[in-house]
Design a protein around this ligand. Sequence first.
Ligand SMILES: Nc1ncnc2c1ncn2[C@@H]1O[C@H](COP(=O)(O)OP(=O)(O)OP(=O)(O)O)[C@@H](O)[C@H]1O
Length: 820
Amino acid sequence: MPGAIIAHSDRVPAVTEFAVLLDDLLTHASQTKPASIDPALHKSDFGDLDGRISAMFRSDAPGDQENGIADTSPKKDKTRQFAVIETAVRSLFDHLIATTAIDSPGFVQLWNLLDLVSILSDDEHCDPALLFWLIEEMLDSQTIAQCQKVFDYLESRRERITSSHFKQKHLVILRSCNELLRRLSRAEDTAFCGRVFIFMFQSFPLGDRSSVNLRGEYHVENVTTYDKSEPAPEETQDKMEIDKVSTSQGKAVTFDSTKQAPQDQPIKADVLYPIFWSLQKTFSQPKKLFDAESLSGFKRGLEATMKMFKAVQDEQEASPPKGSGESSASFKRKREPDAESDLASAFNPKYLTSRDLFELEISDLSFRRHILVQTFIITEFLLYLSPKAKEKLASIKTPNKSVMYLDQVLSDEDVKWAMDMKRTVEDSLKFGDDGPQFHRMVDTVLARDKNWVRWKAGNCPSIELPPLPAQTWATAQEELHRLCRNKRLRPPMGSLPLNFMEDGDDQQALARLKAAGRYELPELDSFRRKIADDDFEIEMPTSEESKAAAIEAKASKSWRALRIAAKTKLGLFDKISDPEKIDPIFEELEDPDADPVDAEDVVQKDNVPKDQRPIVITGPSGVGKTVMTNLLAERRPGAFVRVGRHTTRKPQEGEIGGEHFHFIEKQAFGMLRDGDVLLEYTTAGDVDYGTSRKVVEGITNGGKVPVLHLDQEGTRQVRDLGFDARFVLLLPPSKEVMEERLKKAGNKDDDSIQSLLKAATPYLADDSNLKEGCDLVLVNDELETTCTNLEKFIFGASPTEEDQNDGQNGESDRSSQSLA
Ligand SMILES: Nc1ncnc2c1ncn2[C@@H]1O[C@H](COP(=O)(O)OP(=O)(O)OP(=O)(O)O)[C@@H](O)[C@H]1O
C-alpha cells in the first residue's frame, strides 16, 4: 500500500528513492507483525537497515551527481539526509493518516512506520525529534478517544523512545502533552489526564523544571457551584445562627460564631450547606486568605464544618455503621450496600453539591476525607506564612518570589489557629479502621510535598550532584590506602592503650585496671545489635563523617565478632558469602550438644519471656521508666534492651548516643520521617523525637525484647498503627514523692522540676483516658516491688493480692498495680 503514494509524493529523486526503500522496509516488517500496536519492531525486523541507508546517502551516490547537489561536507550531507528522510516519511505518514482509520487493522502500517522512525532517530539517520513531530500531528488530527490509542503506543514504547537524544525531543513532548491536556476535560477525562501526566513524569528527569508551576498559579477554573439560596423557611430557629453577607459573587451564607447557639453543638446540616461549599472557593485559590475578612470568614466556616464532622464521627463511633463507616440514626439515607468498597465509584473529580445530597455526603467517610485533606493542605499553606517559616525561607539564596508571598506574614493568633486546626484535622483523618494508615499516608505525602515547595521557592536548583573532581577522587583513594596500611600496622589485639590509668590516684588506677569488664570477652550476641546500629547509620547517615565512622566501627565490630565466633562457631563461617554480612555467625549451631555456648544460651533463654512482643512503658518524664528498665535488665541479663529514640536535640549530661538516644540532625530526621522509617514521632518545642522501626526490629531479630519509653502521644501513634506490643502505664505515687525523687536525683534545677511536675498533672489526676488500651497500670511506689510486679506481668504470672498490697502507698485510691 505505501507504494501507492510514491508516485505522487515527491519529485526529488532522492526522496522518491527513500520512499521506495521505506515501502520495502515496511512490507518486510508487516510480514513480522501483521496487526496491532504490540510488539514493538526492532532493527533486525528491517533487515540490513544501516547498510541500505548508508548506500543511499553516500556522498558519491549517483542520484546526487544527477541533481547537482553533491557536497562533500559531512554537515551538509547530514542536513540533506535528514531533509530527504523527513520528507519521505511525512508523505507516507500523511497518506496513511488520511486514508486509514486508527481502529482498522491497516493502521499497523503507521505504528510500524513510527517504530522505524524511532530506530532511525536513535541511530542518527534522521532528526531525533521526527518521531515526536509526527506524534504531535497525529494527536492534533485525532479525536480524544483516538488519542487514547496514540497513548497506548507511547506508553508501550516510552522507555525506548525517550532514552536517547532526550534534549532534542523534550520540548516537542512537553508541547504535545500540554496541548492534549488543554483539550481534555479534567472532570470527564480524568483517567486520560492522569495517563498524560504520568507519561510526562516518567519521561522527564526528576529535577526537570519544564513543567513546574514556577509562578504559583492555582487551578481556579474548577469552580464548585452550589445552591446559594437561603435554607427552607421552617428552619426558623437556625435563622439566628446565620448571617447573610454579600460576597463578590453575589449572596452567600456564612456562619456567625457570635450568634452561635449551644456551644459544641453543630449547626443544622441545611444551614451548614452553603457555608460548607463556599469553602471550596478558598481551597482552589488560597491567596484569598491574604484578605483579613476572607480569612476570618473562612476560619468560622471551617470550624463549623469540623464541628459537624466531629458530631458525625461521634455518632458513628457510638453505633458503628455496618461495613464501611456509613451514617447512623440521624443520617437516615443510606447508600447502596457496597458502593463504598468500590474505590472507582467513590471517586469523582467534581463534587456533587445538591442540597439533597449534603447529609448523605457528610456521613460518608471517604467524602469527609476529601475535605479533610483539602483542609490539611490549606493549614499547611497558612503555616507557610508564619514568621517561623519566613525565617527558614530567608536562607534561600536565589528565591523565587512568586511562590514565597514575602509580604504576607500570619499573625501569632492565626498561626495558633492553623496549628489547632491542623491537629483537629489530623485527629479526624485517623477516624475509621484504616484511619491511622490513611493519616500516615497523607502526612507522608504532604511532608514530601514540602520539600518540593522549598525546591520551587529556591528556583528549582539542580538536584544532580556534579561529578567529583579528579583531584578529590585521587585524594580519597590515597586516604583509603593510608587507612588500609594503618590497619595492617595496628598493634595486635590485647595491647590496648593503658593511659586511662594516668587519671586519679594509684588505687583508682589499679581498680580500673582490675575491672572485670577488661578481661571478660563480650558476648557474641552483643555485637549483633551494635552492627545493626552501624548498618542503620551507614544506610541513613547523619553526615558524611558519621557514615565513615560507622563503616569503620562496623568493620572493627565484625572482626571482633568473627574472632569470638571462631572459638565456638567455626562451622558457621561457611555460610558467610558476603564479608559485609556476617549474620550467619549469630545463628545457632545445628548440633547443640557439641557447642558449649549453648549452655549460656539456655540461661539466657530463661531470661527471655515467652511473649517476646516489645514492651511500651508510658508515663510522665521522671516517673522512673529508666530505673525500672535498668533494674529489669539487671534481673534478667541479656533479655531486655531499651530502644533509644532518635532525636534532633544535643546529648545531655550522662546520655549515651545509641543507648538512650540516637542524636541526629534535623535534615536526617526529616529523611527518616519521610521515608516512613519511624514507628512514631513527636515534637517538643523545636525538638523532634521518633522511634525507628529498624532499631526495634534489630533487637527483636536478636531474640531480645525491646523496651520503648514513650510519652502519651508516641504511645497513641504506635497503638494507632496497630504496633503489636504490651503497653504498661507507669504512674507516680504522688506529686510530693515525685518532687522529692527529682530533687534527690540532683541533676535538675527547680524550674525543670516544676515543669516536669506540671506535665505530670494528668497522670497524678488518675485520668481514666490514660489507662485506656494499657495492659498493665503500675504505680511506681517502691522500686523493687513495682519491678517485681512488672516482671510477673511480663513473664505471664498474675500478680498476687499480696503483691498489690505490697505496692500500696498511703493513698487509698491509687493501687500499685492493676491489669487493664
Ligand atoms: N520507685 C522509686 N523509688 C525511688 N526513686 C525512684 C523511683 N523511681 C524513680 N526514681 C528516681 O526518680 C528519678 C527519675 O527516674 P527516671 O530517670 O527513671 O525517670 P524517667 O521516667 O526515665 O524519666 P525520663 O522520661 O525523663 O527519662 C531518678 O533519680 C530515679 O532514681
